[in-house]
Design a binder for this molecule. Structure first.
Ligand code: OFO
Length: 170
């Protein structure tokens, strides 16, 4: 079964959204580096690379289904965060938007009886649980420490150890 035009548009939109997430996290990595918070910068950089794989996953799936990839412009990032806390708040908000978008795609796939796409999207549904949980966990830790420098430095040290693991999406 060939993918529908509506699903093709939704996948292209979501591919763009994932690449925007990559751009967003890379921008946060730059800001964190400017603040000499190199552990946070590492975490955001790894996150940006993961997002690239998420976007690429949509692209490859669309090709496998005989669809046409549309690489439209990626939105500019408003880099006006003044603290690490604001960056994690913005991360959490972005992940909540992505979760809602993926959920809407799953609903569309069910309505179209496109079970291959349902199966494909299930990976992203599970991934979003993790994405929201990790952003909110770090945000809470920062808030519990009341953004005190010693707490921030401890978290920074821990996050410097995050390494990229290429996800097996499809
Ligand atoms: Fe791709 O999960 Fe974050 O945005």
């Amino acid at each position: 079964m060939k993918i529908s035009q509506e699903m093709q548009s939704a996948i292209n939109r979501q591919m763009n959204n994932e690449f925007y997430s990559a751009y967003l996290y890379l921008s946060m990595s730059a800001r964190a580096s400017e603040m000499n918070m190199n552990g946070f910068a590492n975490w955001f950089e790894v996150q940006a690379k993961e997002e690239f794989y998420h976007g690429e996953g949509f692209m490859k799936y669309l090709i496998d289904r005989g669809g046409k990839v549309a690489a439209t412009g990626i939105e500019a990032v408003e880099m006006n965060w003044t603290s690490i806390e604001e960056m994690y708040q913005a991360s959490l908000e972005q992940e909540q938007v992505v979760t809602a978008d993926i959920d809407a795609m799953v609903a569309l796939a069910h309505a179209e009886k496109d079970f291959a796409t349902v199966e494909f999207l299930n990976w992203y549904v599970r991934e979003q649980v993790e994405e929201e949980a990790s952003a909110s966990e770090i945000l809470e830790q920062i808030r519990e420490g009341d953004s005190a420098p010693c707490v921030l430095f401890q978290i920074d040290k821990r996050l410097s150890k995050r390494k990229l693991e290429k996800p097996e999406i499809w």
